[in-house]
Design a protein around this ligand. Structure first.
Ligand code: NAP
Length: 310
């Protein structure tokens, strides 16, 4: 693809840092500048060579950019959009990486001038770590990135953004924002809430059993703890901004949980066996689709495995 000239990354954490490294590796941008809230993060991003320059304000960072990436928590998107709106260059592409799409569109789009192309996006890749030091160039490799362009989006701008993500190693899908939010409620948001709950429950239990929960965590609990270590700000914002879809899925989850509870109480082994057979097939499907490994221990021994937590 023809590289972008100046790329402005607003937010310099795990996702933006990984994008910077991936863009540099594949020479997808002539120059990368950035802005983050704190001077410390800005200095770290410079020190790591993620960006060529940092700016104290988002408005200054987007000046002259032909691609602007909003990579801040979902709850911070509106204020950033309001700030940068008047400073965007005509024709530039504005995208975001927020884990929720409709709520971001609702608060960002009204602040952007008609002369720019707003094409929201969401890379389904992450780790439980955050901040600029957490980024790595291969984070998006063989992961999906979902773009949710508005119906009247410029096809050329969508194609450029798609090429950018493909250049960073991702597979790209297009869908509308409400559908994205429902799909992610099932595949990411509800599972995170369940992991948070499970770890919270076990933390209470730990007081009773001393350190046994931690000692024997490899029996399954450990995988919950990894997910439940995800960034609290990011996940607070996800639930507040994907309320309807998450509540719908959690309602279904609760019903299923009650059904399993009843099966256990009634010693209905056939129900339990049939249920677990179905879930095992789903796991096989994920492995066959190349979205995880069936290596023992979930491939944990692979250094810095970019397990998707989002
Ligand atoms: P992160 O590592 O915590 O980084 C967030 C960055 O945003 C930091 O540089 C932070 O600056 C900056 N920031 C926060 N509030 C700001 C504000 N008001 N103004 C300017 N900068 C601000 O987060 P991340 O994991 O990269 O997530 C960023 C976005 O990607 C979120 O919308 C999230 O939903 C989405 N996402 C995350 C994942 C994942 O698994 N982590 C995956 C896909 C998409 P300071 O360090 O100075 O506070």
């Amino acid at each position: 693809m023809r590289p972008f000239g100046r790329v402005a990354l607003i937010g310099l954490g795990l996702i933006a840092g990984s994008m910077a490294l991936a863009m540099r590796r594949a020479r997808l941008a002539e120059g990368i500048v950035g802005h983050a809230r704190s001077a410390e993060t800005r200095a770290t991003a410079l020190e790591l060579g993620l960006v060529d320059a940092v700016h104290d304000s988002a408005a200054a960072a987007v000046n002259g950019a032909d691609l602007v990436v909003l990579a801040v928590p979902v709850g911070a998107m509106e204020a950033i959009a309001r700030e940068i709106g008047p400073h965007l260059s005509p024709g530039c592409i504005v995208t975001d990486v927020g884990s929720v799409k409709q709520a971001v569109i609702d608060v960002v789009a009204p602040h952007l001038p008609g002369s720019v192309h707003f094409i929201p996006g969401h890379p389904l890749a992450g780790t439980e770590h955050s901040g600029p030091r957490a980024g790595f160039a291969t984070l998006f490799r063989n992961r999906w990135c979902i773009l949710t362009p508005p119906e009247d989006a410029d096809p050329e701008a969508v194609a450029r953004l798609r090429a950018l993500w493909e250049g960073m190693g991702a597979n790209v899908d297009l869908m509308d924002a409400p559908h994205h939010d429902l799909v992610l409620a099932v595949t990411s948001h509800a599972p995170h809430l369940i992991a948070y709950t499970m770890v919270g429950v076990a933390d209470d239990l730990r007081r009773v059993t001393d350190s046994e929960v931690i000692k024997y965590s490899a029996a399954g609990f450990r995988d919950f703890t990894r997910i439940a270590a995800s960034d609290p700000t990011m996940w607070r914002d996800v639930f507040l901004n994907n309320k309807a879809a998450t509540l719908e899925i959690l309602g279904r989850f609760t019903e299923e949980l009650f059904a399993l509870q009843r099966a256990i109480r009634r010693e209905d082994g056939a129900h339990l066996h049939a249920y677990f057979t179905r879930t095992r097939a789903i796991r096989r499907g994920i492995i066959e689709a190349g979205q995880d490994t069936d290596a023992p221990d979930f491939g944990r021994s692979v250094a810095q495995s970019p397990d998707s937590v989002d």
